[in-house]
Design a protein around this ligand. Sequence first.
Ligand SMILES: [Mn+2]
Length: 397
Amino acid sequence: MHFSFLLSFALLFAIASGHADHRDQVPLDYVRFPEPIYRGSNGEVTADAIFSGITTFAKLPWVQCLTRERHIPFDIAFIGAPFDTGTSYRPGARFGPAGIRAGSRRLTLYGGYNVPLGVNPFNSGLRIVDCGDIPVTPYDNKFAIQQIEDGHKALLQREAYSPLGNDTMTGQKLSPISLDGKVHPRVITLGGDHTIVLPLLRSIYSTYGPISVIHFDSHLDTWKPSVFGGAPSHQAAINHGTYFYWASQEGLIKNGTSIHGAIRTTLSGLEDYDNDDNAGFKRIEAREIDTIGTDGIIKKIRETVGDGPVYLSIDIDSIDPAFAPATGTPETGGWSTRELRTILRGLDGLQIVSADIVEVAPAYDTNAELTTMAAADVLFEVLSVMAKTPLGKVVVE
Ligand SMILES: [Mn+2]
């Protein structure tokens, strides 16, 4: 094959010149934009492809989107942001991207068809890739936060591979919802602690302007630095409990159309809720699952965010530690993995421009990989919702 020839040539050249350039490394079983991984019963692909080889998210093709393959377009990209130096309690989310990828290995074993949503995101015509990780320094938070913003922007500000389709419900022509009128790809970020959402929202703002946020978390994360962390320095004031405070101060969040789900943290006092109101959020308490159920929660979310562009941020600690123990600040009394997945499927049809999952710290996981599997499966629902809904609004004639 032409490409393999070029690749072999590049590798030979690297070896011959004694210059083992990192950029020349590719996974051992690397296949560019393969046919759907599972091809029925003709024996071309066997189950061992799921547990052998180098692991990307859901065994998707690895594209070096930030370096030598920046010319390759895509529709949805997974990218890691291995940052955990904004954590208040248990560190370790820098290993989140690697852990989530390991937990995602089996997503396509049977083909990846999502029965309740009626879609196979891996076979939906979209080009979905794993871009690897944004390089993030563990020594300097200010620098790292800039790296994350730059890395995310470098992906988001490109044009998508596929042209915008028609509205899935009405069949009418769609027009893009971005500020520059172009169709941009969607980025799913694997955290990292929750601090990364500040640079991610800065990137989102550059393409979509102020955004509605759906935030699943046991904690508010809108705390003022004086309340959370004490803010001994300006840099310390930006951490995984305050990033939404800063995002709101910077005008990145659309006030009044954002909402938290699964909240159950203790507070410094009820004034934390006043502060949260001021940051632009409504709240769904974790315990509301017992009264209004998943249907009621879905309804509240949809009524709050409407049909405009929305960013989705999922803290794995929204799930109960019985199901997802490996996280930075676990809180009991959370939702089950099943409940969160049901709620996510209830977002079907929303204009989710990008998403993340954060606070997965694999060192605290069970040997059964409960948390990283939960994280991967949660993202499978997000990916399925994205695959079903093109990012566009119906053109009004
Ligand atoms: Mn959080």
